[in-house]
Design a binder for this molecule. Sequence first.
Ligand code: HEM
Length: 394
Amino acid sequence: MQGPLRFSRVLAALLLTASGWAAGVSAQTTAAPTAAPAAAAAPSGGIKSANIFEVKPDASADPNYANQTNAERAKVQPGNNAPIWRQVGTGVTGYSSLPKSEAPEAGNLIQPFVQYPGSRLTNAGEAWRQVRNNWLIPYGGSLLLIVIGAIALFYFGKGTIKMHGTNTGHKIERFTPFERSAHWSNAIAFCILAISGIVMAFGKFFLLPVMGLTLFGWLTYILKTAHNFAGPLFAVSLVIVFFTFLRDNMPSRGDIGWLLKGGGLLSGKEVPSHRFNAGEKLVFWGGVFFLGIVVVASGLVLDKLVPGLLYVRDTMQIAHMIHAVATVLMMAMFIGHIYIGTIGMEGAYQGMKTGYVDETWAKEHHEYWYDDVKAGKIPAQRSEPVPPSQTAQA
Ligand code: HEM
């Protein structure tokens, strides 16, 4: 067993010595250029070595230096390909045999110069990177932290908005099963999108240092896929939510007064409202309608689901920047909504969970709506009531 092994080691040593000797010889040959005629160095393709004494060190003093073509530059500074790379960097499109309709960016390595809002005038890829890293990430992240901080201050300072009276035991149906399922499908999709979006955008600052590269890479990959699938679900459920709650979110008399008094949040005396107060209407029109359209439209572009659109790099860059701004604003709005809908107001979550609220809750938070129900203008039970036998089983 030892024999063949030793033989192969000896052979390897001999080969190494021989190649080292050969390298030494060739090094000596190149070190003495006058001794070896130029014809002896056979051209081998790629970048050729150059004699340092033949390169003009003061070539840059030539007034035409910056305008030289690559061929001209090669004469004075062999191996210096700056002109060709400068051309590539300005977005020059070369020849490609691929059809323009299917591969419009083929032959174009680096995009042309552009100035996106907040970036310098530079290649579009770099301009997009500057907008993302210098604006969207720091300011978007700060806005979310400020909103969470303000809500935390309010919660620890003022606490939950409690009910003043006691429950009567008489229930009013606030949300039908259809309304609740529309709302919760939308809310679940929103949570998946918000969590995955936050991890994709900001995760490297707070998760990567804790999880390490491999785990964070996998987590982001999984969440990115979840984001792409939850997006269309959110889009569809948002449209349903919009039409379901549209009627009761129409502006009405008293909305301006409600807003001017901040709903009575600080005075502790809640301003009367119809089924939805002006704050809820603001979230509806600003968050569900306006931001909803922008977020969904830009998201569908990023998901490449809009037919007939050319999905080239600048389309994706612009869609991404719009999507990032609108989603951060939407998250800021819905963080407030989720707070009021859970720990911020006693009884609100119960209403969306079970569909029913106590009369006292209705009177204290939506007095005009309560009056309309009591006056018989709005039925206290709008959906088909569940038979008592089924309620007992549940
Ligand atoms: C975990 C997330 C969420 C929770 C806990 C939550 C909770 C609630 C609660 C408790 C209500 C009833 C408020 C009331 O009785 O006046 C409500 C209403 C509503 N929610 Fe949500 N929600 C969430 C997410 C969302 C999302 C993502 C959207 C839409 C993008 C949304 C849109 C609405 C709408 C349209 C209403 C009806 C009131 C209005 O028009 O403002 N919710 N939500």
